[in-house]
Design a binder for this molecule. Structure first.
Ligand code: OGA
Ligand code: NI
Length: 359
């Protein structure tokens, strides 16, 4: 998720993929994946009785509905930090093609996938993110992480080539669709905050877009493992699409884990830490995680959207001029990413990254 090659990145220790693990009969889930032995009960409280807010972009752009929809958007960002978006204008076809290509990638043979494996010093490629020690608990997830926009940041050596056929073209189209959506929604989010949305349009138009495709294979003991452990994204905003109707994403709301039920062609939008800082804490980057299930593969595609590197990360001046004190420090883009990657190299001290940014 870094944006500059000059940054010193944390690299990942290679571990077997989940699909490889499942290729042999599995008598029991290996200890390195079991969370409950450490007192952490992943799926203990997935709540389906409350639902994350739903926003319709087609209404946000309509002058007659805009005020009321902006109010809904503000409430969603303030109270949840995550919402589902429909009416976003991304062609169903572009989503469908990318979903298919991503699924086909994970279904390639282990040898074919390993041609795109992460290399030391780089987070891009196929593998698992941030495995920094041999005794670290592992996640029940195979993934491929690729920088997509601007095009000069692409490291094509990690981009699947002959197979799946047309994967590269699909990701090119998909990432541009996601950028378009991100620019529009960031415009409305900043409008809802009372900021000059033009600056943000530009910052995200020229921003960085990194795509992570996740595959969560079925697990014989789903309640004892985690697909992705609880975290807040370091992005500006994140756009997630589910490649099917299998729930897995959960968000922490008032101390309870709530499932985000997939909606066909919907896009899940969540606030990242950059926008939490910009909003001076009015909007919070929510903690979220992925649960796995016993029966079916679940696939998701996650686009991390970052403003251009010229954009400083600090509380917006309009929010400070209006009398509030800044609650977060100011960073250049490089300082922000550097401080994040420095922390990933250290063992977990229990202090959330966001707290290190606070004044
Ligand atoms: C992520 C993430 C959740 C999911 O990749 O940062 O939160 O459901 N993924 O795939
Ligand atoms: Ni995330």
């Amino acid at each position: 998720m870094a944006t500059t090659p000059t940054l010193s990145l944390g690299s990942s220790i290679p571990v077997p993929s989940i699909k490889e693990l499942l290729a042999q009969p599995l008598a029991a889930v290996p200890l390195r994946y079991l969370r409950d032995v450490d007192g952490d009960f992943p799926t203990a409280a997935g709540d389906s009785s409350v639902q994350v807010p739903l926003l319709d972009m087609a209404k946000l752009v309509e002058p007659q509905y805009q005020e009321i929809e902006l109010r809904k958007l503000h409430d969603a960002c303030k109270n949840w930090g995550i919402f589902q978006l429909i009416g976003h204008g991304v062609p169903d076809e572009s989503q469908k093609v990318m979903h298919k290509k991503s699924q086909e990638f994970f279904e390639l043979s282990p040898e074919d996938k390993k041609r795109y494996a992460q290399k030391p010093g780089s987070l891009e490629g196929y593998g698992q993110a941030f495995v920094i020690s041999e005794d670290q608990k592992l996640e029940w997830c195979d993934m491929i992480f690729l920088k997509a926009i601007p095009t000069h940041t692409r490291k094509l050596e990690f981009w699947p080539k002959e197979q799946p056929h047309n994967f590269r073209e699909a990701l090119h189209v998909y990432s541009h669709d996601m950028r378009k959506t991100a620019v529009s929604i960031i415009g409305f989010i900043t409008m809802a905050l009372g900021l000059d949305s033009k600056d943000f349009h530009e910052a995200f138009e020229g921003g960085n877009y990194d795509v992570r495709m996740n595959c969560y294979p079925p697990c014989p003991e789903p309640e004892r493992v985690i697909g992705i452990s609880s975290h807040a994204d370091i992005s500006g905003i994140t756009l997630l699409t589910d490649c099917g109707d299998i729930p897995g994403l959960q968000v922490l709301k008032d101390g309870r884990w709530v499932f985000v039920e997939p909606i066909a062609h919907g896009i899940v939008v969540n606030i990242g830490i950059i926008m939490e800082v910009v909003s001076n804490g009015v909007y919070k980057a929510p903690y979220h995680r992925a649960a796995v299930n016993r029966h079916k593969d679940r696939f998701s595609i996650v686009t991390f959207c970052y403003p251009t590197k010229k954009f400083d990360i600090k509380p917006a001046k309009e929010l400070i001029n209006s009398g509030s004190l800044p609650l977060y420090k100011s960073f250049t883009n490089d300082e922000y990413f550097q401080s994040f990657y420095e922390r990933t190299k250290l063992s977990d001290d229990g202090v959330p990254f966001i707290d290190t940014l606070k004044l």
